[in-house]
Design a protein around this ligand. Structure first.
Ligand code: NCD
Length: 352
């Protein structure tokens, strides 16, 4: 066996990770989470022309190996709102179909000038490989059953809007006294994982709820401070926030689940919400399956924040992009367009 000094010499040198990558919620300290929230608020309120200067003509690639509506569209709109040029590559209709590896696709995008890549991939951990292959900041748009950090951040922004008056300065006790119950297919949910890792760091109590087939006991080890409650109604009665999850039919092979039994125990329906959690926020990352994990009445009802969560996605993703590309500081005002300058002809009062 080599002595310790020699051993260190033979270990591969790890390149430092690119600044601005967010692959896990753990890539952000609590202070940085606060910075992202504050930046999201600033960018949302900023004059759209000034905002366009932040990433004007910078190149952002969206690399999507899995279907997506909300995440893809809001990242794209966020990049465009900052003035960036975007290129969308999806696994259908690209060389991925011809067998090109993630590494080579990443190198190709970098050669084309991409400065940041947003990746959605079916394999957990794929964003780390892409980050290493390209040296570019990677924003994780959901990888397998691992994480979906931008979703957890927009969920946090939604909670803060309702429970803390839109506060952005967060700390370890910001969500003290708030119980968030995450219900359903925890086993396959990257949204559940990211929220379960994020919210307790801000003081929230996170309770996981579902049948053993979708929520094995080991799930409490996702992170510190997690509890399991199998009885949905009991969990509801203790919750300020209820986060429903989609049953991921595409990942259910080998899992035995009686859907009728599931609905009878775990569906968020109007009588259940009225009886056990009439004041709680009803969240869902989407896509929702009406009539399965929740009823239409609840999805469209007054407690639902589903549409609002989607709206929070754009400012959060603007902030992550601006941060990844170093455009999170002050920016110059846009040049005054010639047409906007006052001329006698353009001023109707002078003409009169
Ligand atoms: C989720 C996802 O793809 O991880 N949706 C989302 O991004 N808002 C959840 C799901 O697919 O059920």
């Amino acid at each position: 066996m080599l002595p310790p000094a020699k051993q260190a010499e033979v270990l591969p040198i790890q390149a430092p990770r690119p600044r601005g990558s967010v692959i896990s919620v753990e890539d952000l300290s609590v202070a940085e989470i606060g910075e992202v929230l504050a930046l999201a608020a600033r960018l949302e309120a900023e004059d759209p022309l000034r905002r366009m200067n932040r990433l004007l003509k910078r190149k952002v690639a969206l690399l999507f190996y899995e279907s997506s509506t909300r995440t893809r569209t809001s990242f794209e709109l966020a990049a465009k709102a900052l003035g960036a040029d975007t290129a969308l590559i999806s696994s259908q209709s690209s060389s991925i179909e011809k067998g090109e590896s993630l590494k080579d696709t990443g190198i190709t995008l970098k050669s084309l000038g991409a400065e940041c890549i947003i990746l959605r991939h079916l394999s957990s951990g794929a964003p780390y490989l892409l980050e290493r292959a390209t040296g570019l900041p990677v924003l994780n748009g959901g990888d397998g059953t691992h994480e979906h950090p931008s979703q957890a951040l927009l969920d946090l922004r939604t909670m803060l809007a309702h429970l803390r008056g839109g506060l952005t300065e967060v700390h370890e006790k910001t969500l003290e006294g708030v119980t968030v119950t995450i219900v359903g297919d925890i086993l396959h949910s990257r949204v559940a994982r990211s929220n379960a890792l994020l919210l307790p760091r801000l003081g929230a109590k996170v309770v996981l709820c579902g049948p053993p087939a979708l929520l094995p006991e080991i799930a409490t080890q996702i992170g510190p401070g997690l509890a399991i409650e199998r009885d949905f109604e009991k969990a509801l009665a203790a919750s300020q926030v209820v986060m429903m999850l989609r049953i991921q039919a595409e990942r259910l092979a080998g899992v035995h689940l009686d859907l009728e039994d599931y609905k009878s125990r775990y569906q968020a329906n109007a009588p259940r919400m009225a009886a056990f959690a009439p004041e709680a926020l009803l969240m869902h990352p989407g896509p929702i399956i009406r009539g399965l994990e929740l009823t239409s009445e609840v999805a469209d009802g007054p407690q639902s924040t589903i549409a609002e969560q989607v709206r929070h996605g754009v400012p959060i993703r603007m902030a992550l992009l601006a941060r990844a590309l170093g455009a999170d500081g002050e920016v110059a005002a846009p040049p005054v367009a010639k047409a906007a300058k006052k001329s006698p002809a353009a001023n109707p009062r002078r003409r009169a």
